[in-house]
Design a protein around this ligand. Structure first.
Ligand SMILES: [Fe+2]
Length: 605
């Protein structure tokens, strides 16, 4: 049975499940080339179907990764997703048309009454989405929904590999919630805590991101990197006025907002919005005003450091009591907040915790997979059985290209590039990395999720501490976190402290570890100022070719790791096709492109 899961809206993604396992999963941004594509995953759906070699007519169930938001979505929001897919960047700014549409809808709502309005809006959304799916080749299917945080929870529970775990989800907001705690056992997810979305640690972190001049929902990782350079204590208590944890540890609250909620909050939001001030949600504007008033003279580093420390502490305080009370020592995590690799390390370090797993696509992109699991678990249960957790080796769920297909693209650029077929790309590439050549490595199926994991990666020597300046400049990136390494799995315990507990998430580069003292100088390019690194560890069965490359590099240099950073140009999504790869080479991202069995360079002018 095929189930198609969709995350529509921010970070639109499609996942195709066959009998409980992902056969293809692709983010729309990779195919549309619009970063974090906001809209409907038209191209990703078609690509998922093509890659899995399935007929669209065979997909009998489609599931959306939110439930209440669909019922609440006004007409213009549906139009924005389905009809204007990919045309706006909702990260920071106010869309003027949205302002006009909102005003228009308020009047319409008043005219026909609330209940009737939402009924109509919900039916409109369903019709539009059904039409869009038909355009993608689907014919007869049931269109269903699954609650947003349940989708996050299912994504990390079923792929976490352990029968009984504590499941924690935290994000900006989804279906009215910002965080949940559940117990996963025997294939069932039982929620024990939920936090309403006005109290959102994710939104607090995003407000900090915006205040520091970056884009919300996009550049949060920069704040995590920047934090290591600042003093976390200076603004810590001030920031607790924006968000803190309640005495019983089951929710968060905002001392600054007091009891501003419900209609009063909505009225304030509307006023702010009409003044051109409002984007974001709930307390974002309050936070921004507060930061402007109190932190205008503070350094970016100190602001980031306090925000990061407070976020880590709140997450730990939120999870710790449940570990104690339930005695469950294995934790699985999903939701955009857990893209914060340092937070994940802190969770792993909680007293009594034995393992942590983070879904490889922890943000909303991963809910398309979670939604499929929710529905598959229901199907299995109908047969009187249980869908039980399993482990995955990799997330290479995207398209791949044969040498013939690659050659066809290369031949179109004969005036600008020179290339040859290599008899041994592993040997040649290992030598190039050793010789400090910036290699663009394009092989096999594209990764799913935010990290490049050795199929669409830029590779480089790990010893050069200065790389973070010059390579970032060359790639036009502002990053404060150093590059991450890919490391032979069997050698990771030599380099990183406390590795065993976090070995599974390290397949997917979702957690930091402290670097052992004797390695810090030797691998300067990947060691952060706080002596942490976020490695991807590689076993032979996960990616035989990439493993071979790491192994050969170690034979040549004695180092079990090299730099692996995502293969993309400034603010573009990670590349997907051979054409994207050639464009990157021509844009000077890399010195050499190793694509399939071809070694490609720019022609000397
Ligand atoms: Fe979410």
């Amino acid at each position: 049975m095929y189930i198609l899961g969709l995350n529509i809206g921010h970070d639109a993604t499609a996942s195709l499940l066959k009998d409980g396992r992902v056969v293809s999963a692709i983010a729309e941004e990779r195919v549309s080339r619009v970063k974090f594509h906001f809209g409907f995953p038209y191209k990703a759906i078609r690509e998922c179907i093509r890659v899995a070699n399935v007929d669209g007519k065979d997909i009998s169930k489609v599931v959306l990764s939110f439930e209440n938001d669909l019922k609440r979505s006004p007409f213009h929001y549906t139009d924005l997703i389905v009809k204007r897919s990919g045309t706006i960047d909702p990260s920071n700014e106010i869309d003027n048309r949205k302002k006009f549409d909102t005003a228009k809808e308020i009047i319409y709502r008043k005219m026909i009454g609330e209940k009737r309005y939402w009924e109509k809006a919900s039916n409109y959304a369903k019709t539009q989405i059904t039409e869009a799916l038909k355009k993608c080749g689907l014919e007869h299917f049931s269109l269903e929904t699954a609650e947003h945080h349940l989708c996050h929870a299912a994504s990390c529970y079923y792929e976490g590999g352990k029968n009984k775990v504590l499941i924690v989800t935290m994000d900006g907001a989804g279906d009215g919630l910002s965080a949940t705690v559940s117990i996963g056992e025997d294939g069932k997810i039982k929620r024990i805590v939920e936090v309403e979305d006005i109290y959102s640690v994710g939104r607090f972190y995003s407000a900090i991101t915006k205040f520091l001049g970056f884009k919300r929902n996009r550049h949060e990782g920069k704040i995590t990197g920047l934090a290591a350079y600042g003093d976390p204590d200076k603004l810590y208590n001030l920031f607790r006025k924006m968000i803190d944890i309640t005495d019983d540890g089951k929710s968060f609250y905002s001392p600054l907002a007091g009891d501003l909620k419900g209609d009063r909050l909505r009225l304030k939001q509307l006023k702010d919005f009409m003044k051109g001030k409002y984007y974001g949600h709930n307390y974002t504007n309050l936070y921004l005003d507060f930061l402007k008033k109190n932190c205008s003279k503070e350094t970016k580093e100190d602001i980031a450091a306090a925000a990061q420390k407070l976020t880590e502490d709140l997450v730990v305080k939120f999870i710790q009591p449940h570990v104690k009370r339930t005695g469950i020592k294995d934790i699985v995590l999903a939701g955009g907040l857990f893209s914060n690799v340092k937070v994940n390390q802190r969770v792993l370090e909680i007293d009594g915790v034995e393992s942590v797993f983070i879904h490889p696509n922890m943000g909303d992109g991963g809910t398309s997979t979670g939604a499929c699991y929710v529905k598959w678990a229901e199907e299995v249960e109908k047969r009187g059985e249980r869908f039980l957790p399993f482990t995955i080796d990799n997330v290479y769920y995207g398209p791949e290209y044969s040498d013939e297909e690659i050659l066809k693209v290369l031949k179109d650029f004969l005036d600008k590039i020179e290339f040859r077929k290599s008899g041994n790309i592993v040997e040649e590439t290992a030598q190039m990395i050793k010789d400090k050549i910036v290699v663009g490595w394009f092989q096999g199926r594209m990764e799913y999720g935010p990290r490049a994991l050795g199929n669409r990666s830029i590779l480089f020597d790990p010893t050069d501490r200065k790389i973070n300046d010059w390579l970032n400049k060359r790639l036009k990136r502002t990053e404060f976190m150093p590059f991450a390494p890919s490391c032979l799995y069997e050698d990771a315990t030599l380099v990183f402290e406390n590795f065993e507990k976090g070995s599974y998430p390290s397949y997917f580069m979702t957690i930091t570890f402290n670097v052992k003292e004797e390695w810090r100088e030797r691998i300067g390019a990947v060691n952060h100022v706080d002596n942490t690194a976020r490695p991807q560890t590689v076993k032979e069965e996960q990616n035989p070719l990439y493993y071979k490359l790491l192994k050969r590099y170690k034979e040549l240099t004695g180092l079990p790791l090299f730099v692996n950073t995502s293969f993309n140009m400034h603010e573009e999504p990670i590349l997907c096709s051979p054409l994207d790869a050639v464009r990157s080479l021509l844009n000077n991202c890399v010195d050499v492109l190793v694509i399939g069995n071809f070694i490609v360079k720019q022609k000397k002018q």
